[in-house]
Design a binder for this molecule. Sequence first.
Ligand code: TMP
Length: 259
Amino acid sequence: MSRRRQIYEGKAKILYEGPEPGTLIQYFKDDATAFNAQKKGTINGKGVLNNRISEHIFTLLSTIGVPTHFIRRLNMREQLIRQVEIIPIEVVVRNVAAGSISTRLGIEEGTQLPRTIIEYYLKDDALGDPLIADEHIACFGWASQEEMNDIADMAIRVNDFLCGLFAAIGIRLVDFKLEFGRLWENDFARVILADEISPDGCRLWDMASGEKLDKDRFRRDLGGEAEAYQEVARRLGLMPEGEATPVLDLDSHRKKRGK
Ligand code: TMP
């Protein structure tokens, strides 16, 4: 690759120094991890699809007034973003019970929640990203009360918008994770949406069949993860017209597993 200075390497992305001060280049890898990187693998073409899907969603969000770090896509795997100070909190929004809330509280997967839940997890791999409460955030100063109000407001706006966007293409938005960052302007910091929104950090279920179209295919060894990510991109209208797109055949993966 190039001689650009690498700023940070995460599990699914690399950040490089950008062309101008205050900018970074976000590179999307095909690497996939789960369970705090205890399970590792690759999903062919994931980086290209997530770059494109995240570009699409962040662009739409900015048109409804949600500020984001996204500036523009540079190529198949890279996008130019604003450099922010990442707030060390993973914000999870849940509409339907699945994953950790189901195991932690014994709520059956697929149960529609009577109201949307926002949860906070400390972004700390060494601690396994523990669930935290507002009290911890205030006590340890990870974010101010004002920042948390802005974060909760944006998370709800993003959820309302994405629920509609996905419902229109036959997908149920079960839950998703957001990250936010501080954008410093002189002595004032504004909170904006950062990281990515892609099938890596969302649970997306086909409304008709219930098939999982997200990283749970990898986490749970269901197979067909590349096809599922492509299907999300295709329904969002992001696959090039005329290019033969593989038909979604998640059924064959189910058969292979003998279920
Ligand atoms: P969970 O049910 O495992 O807590 O996950 C909730 C949502 O957050 C799910 O859509 C996947 C996403 N997520 C991430 O993006 N990164 C993570 O490290 C974890 C644990 C979950």
